[in-house]
Design a protein around this ligand. Sequence first.
Ligand SMILES: Cc1cc2nc3c(=O)[nH]c(=O)nc-3n(C[C@H](O)[C@H](O)[C@H](O)COP(=O)(O)O)c2cc1C
Ligand SMILES: [Fe+2]
Ligand SMILES: [Fe+2]
Length: 398
Amino acid sequence: MQLSRKIAEDTYYVGSSDRRLELFENIYPIERGVSYNSYMVMDEKTVLLDTVDHSVSRQFMENVRYVLDGRNLDYLIVNHVEPDHLSSIDSIVREYPECKIVGNAKTLQFISQFYDFDVDSRAMSVKEGDVLNTGKHAFTFVFAPMVHWPEVMVTYDQVTKVLFSADAFGTFGALSGNLFADELDFEREWLDDARRYYLNIVGKYGVQVMNLLKKASSVDIAMICPLHGPIWRENLAWFIDKYKTWASYEAEDDGVVIVYSSIYGNTEQAMNYLALKLADLGVRNIHMYDASKTDSSYLLSECFRYSKAVFASSTYNLEIFPKMENLLLDLKAHLFQNRKVAVVECGTWALQSGKKMIDILNAMKGIEIVNDKQVSILSNARGSVLSSLDELADNLAK
Ligand SMILES: Cc1cc2nc3c(=O)[nH]c(=O)nc-3n(C[C@H](O)[C@H](O)[C@H](O)COP(=O)(O)O)c2cc1C
Ligand SMILES: [Fe+2]
Ligand SMILES: [Fe+2]
């Protein structure tokens, strides 16, 4: 059964969704599934933009065949070589052996590293700004290195003003009939996953994303077709604005994220106390998470979202509790920066987690640790420790 859909003049969606996969990139939980988008433009020459993951390859090939309606495929434009978009290329090459593979020098090199088929004889190497004319349509290639991988480029159709944006503007979440963001309650149902997708997958490359946004701002874009998640044809500025906030490492909302690691519940209890104090002081948007329960990708996304964060950990064999250490290293790797944070440690005989958490945080740019006095819980928060937590709440609320 073919499941393609026309999305713009001569332009068709031929991708598909996977609701079975547990972990995207074998690391990120995707409760809402994921879509692998691929697009076709039917012109005097036929053009396919990217392929899909092998998990949805069969549906994809049916869609491609249906849209081609007996014609040959002339060009496959590869914007991104990552296997979630490329692993159906061998099926395409087998079925359409004369198809030209359009990509930059790195793209073509990477494809030949992954696959055994003859890339050279099919290769059409393009440079930044080159234009591919296919009859009525004209495709311009804009390089977006490290907007996930070094070879990434985006492709702009000058006729339809569609930007095929590769992983940029993508999100986790399977598509269920509605392909367009304006057909969905994106802000309520999709934004959290879009933020988690961006920050975990591309978040480290804010500078490169800003470069792409700068290049894109001079172009008249009517539609953004990403490789994952819904297509944008309305309210583009709103989503681009979100990207600007994320890419510049600014907080999206005022609020405090409290993440704790607690073995027996004492650190957790102290954080409940802190949260109430903060609320008493009028702080809104307090979000508390157990680092053992909530996957790191969500925690990272929440830490980036809000202006302030508290990290509290019991000591574990003279170290930070592993789940907390993992989160802090994850934040560091994603260039977490320019935030107010607080640190709370707990232990019964040799408290070490506080100092070690501070060491990791101090290696990040623009992180202000608001508690000048270390809050150290000896087994169970009481007496002077409660006063330090009060003080900490005051400093955070400021
Ligand atoms: C495997 C293990 C290792 C621990 N290592 C330390 C340690 O090195 N130093 C310390 O002070 N407490 C250590 N503790 C004890 C807890 O950190 C301590 O009891 C803490 O107050 C518990 O807080 P919680 O109730 O929030 O988990 C360890 C506990 C476990 C189970
Ligand atoms: Fe990617
Ligand atoms: Fe991707």
